[in-house]
Design a protein around this ligand. Sequence first.
Ligand SMILES: N[C@@H](CCC(=O)N[C@@H](CS)C(=O)NCC(=O)O)C(=O)O
Length: 111
Amino acid sequence: MGEQTPSADDLQPLELYVLRGCPYCRRVERRLELLDLEYVTHDVPRRHANRTTVAELSGQTEVPVLVDPNTGLDGLAESSDIVAYLEETYDYPDGVDPNRGLLARLRSFFG
Ligand SMILES: N[C@@H](CCC(=O)N[C@@H](CS)C(=O)NCC(=O)O)C(=O)O
């Protein structure tokens, strides 16, 4: 249970800056889906020099970059940091991380 979890009723969609086919972006999108969070994606240009919006938001030009209007988070980069932020801020729909559930099941299976 994240202490600062914004109320689920009036959540605004999160915004994710992505590049088509980017595995780091996909990883973050999957986490957003597991957390049942609405989000919109913005495709960034292929050329780094043209990625002015993500550069302004995050001070660098790699994607993914997350903006969360619910908490005022502006331009968080690094997929691992984004996943950690999402897990700290939001709760899973049934209160259980599905991945941890799988690990727990595997552990019990292998004794
Ligand atoms: N360590 C970063 C890696 C991100 C990364 O390498 N993103 C790629 C896209 S998959 C990127 O923006 N690379 C620059 C480019 O493709 O032009 C993360 O986990 O977010």
